[in-house]
Design a protein around this ligand. Structure first.
Ligand SMILES: NC(=O)c1ccc[n+]([C@@H]2O[C@H](COP(=O)([O-])OP(=O)(O)OC[C@H]3O[C@@H](n4cnc5c(N)ncnc54)[C@H](O)[C@@H]3O)[C@@H](O)[C@H]2O)c1
Length: 365
């Protein structure tokens, strides 16, 4: 058993990573400020004595964390909607977060894996993207806070390795999908699935001919763990993603078919700096880590659709329950994590009080 710190462990990828590390028998400390992560993702881990959740921000020094041998630095909103909402904060999270993580690693001797991204390649001129490609990134566009923030975090990793001997790994993660993605964060897979399940039009930006490659989350988590445990020469960046390239239009049509939805496709203008092609070259990961994705798109989408279907049903049931518990005019809109708190609070009240207390309820999904 080793001690592992996962920053951003309440998020989509981080929660699966925490789960995997616990299954492997490790002790896991999860640091997260709940900016985009939902407590629902780690609810089932909270009773595990080897799991500890510390609500905190990686912009602050990581103190009081002892006896850890590994740090996975995942803290950062990953969807454009979230990271563009407060770009200065996104840059701070990336830069100060990396510094605080690397300082802790320098003090403790822990090995660090930095969750970088295919966005460091920007709108690439070479295809597929190999790790030695330096990228074509706008440093002033709306995506720059994330892309350049992640590039700066990579630079910091290499500088801490050279200057202080910190043992680093850098994973360049390509589009990953699966259960526990936030339904409202604008990422293409969750967007399309929720729209299809609700019978709404699927919003395709541009003509839909732009490509992405989609990796199922369990494959990614396996790659992250392999990379972390790989020999030290893997300090160079390593792509992790599914090399099967698909157009966005093809993805939309597949999801409509798989959900049996009557939804149509609606075209919208392409956002600024949206990359036209994305596909990882995973030769390095395959050769050095023995890693390649194993979950195909039909299986992965099937599991993801089942997850969102259940979430939407839960929401409908919840709305009905609440309509019986509180006066409708007292129901407002708040964030996802607060919805749990609101429900718990309502259930804890004696029935007589329920109808009179003010309750604000989330109805986002
Ligand atoms: N999912 C993908 O397709 C993808 C692709 C490339 C890179 N990545 C990287 O992987 C990591 C995880 O992505 P995800 O998809 O799980 O995103 P996510 O938004 O679901 O998770 C990010 C987590 O980090 C937390 N967080 C954000 N800022 C923080 C801060 N300052 N301090 C502490 N916690 C903070 C959020 O609350 C959330 O729980 C991110 O670093 C992301 O950049 C993801």
């Amino acid at each position: 058993m080793i001690g592992v710190l996962v920053t951003g462990g309440v998020g989509f990828v981080g929660s699966f990573l925490c789960e995997r590390l616990l299954e492997d028998g490790h002790r896991v400390i999860c640091v997260d400020n709940l900016q985009t992560g939902s407590l629902r993702n780690i609810g089932h881990l909270l009773y595990n004595p080897r799991f500890e959740f510390r609500p905190s921000d990686v912009e602050l020094p990581l103190s009081g964390i002892d006896n850890i041998q590994r740090i996975y630095n995942l803290a950062c909103p990953a969807s454009p909607a979230h990271y563009q909402a407060d770009p200065v904060r996104t840059m701070r999270t990336n830069v100060l977060g990396a510094i605080n993580v690397l300082e802790l690693a320098a003090r403790s001797g822990a090995r660090v894996l930095q969750a970088s991204t295919s966005e460091v390649y920007g709108d690439p001129e070479v295809h597929p993207q190999r790790e030695d490609y330096r990228g074509c990134v706008s440093l002033s566009g709306p995506r720059a806070c994330y892309d350049e923030g992640k590039r700066a975090a990579e630079t910091l990793c290499h500088d801490y390795a050279r200057q202080y001997g910190v043992d680093i790994r850098v994973a360049r993660i390509f589009n990953t999908y699966g259960p526990r993605m936030a339904a409202d964060d604008g990422r293409v897979v969750s967007n399309f699935i929720v729209q299809a399940l609700r019978g709404e039009a699927l919003t395709v930006y541009g003509d839909g001919s732009q490509t992405r490659s989609f990796c199922f989350v369990s494959d990614l988590v396996d790659g992250l763990v392999r990379l972390m445990e790989a020999p030290c020469y893997m300090a160079r960046p390593c792509n992790l993603g599914n090399p099967q390239e698909r157009t966005i239009l093809e993805l939309a049509e597949r999801i409509i078919t798989m959900t049996g939805s009557a939804s149509r496709i609606e075209r919208r203008p392409l956002p600024q700096d949206d990359p036209t092609r994305r596909r990882p070259d995973i030769t390095l990961a395959t050769r050095e880590l023995g890693w390649a994705p194993v979950v195909d798109i039909v299986e992965g989408l099937g599991r993801t659709i089942a997850y969102f279907d259940e979430r939407l049903r839960e929401r409908r049931a919840l709305s009905e329950t609440l309509a019986n518990l509180v006066r409708p005019e007292k129901v407002g809109i708040i964030g996802d994590a607060d919805e749990f708190a609101a429900l718990t609070a309502i259930r804890a009240q004696p029935p007589a009080a329920r109808a009179t207390n003010v309750v604000r309820l989330e109805t986002r999904v």
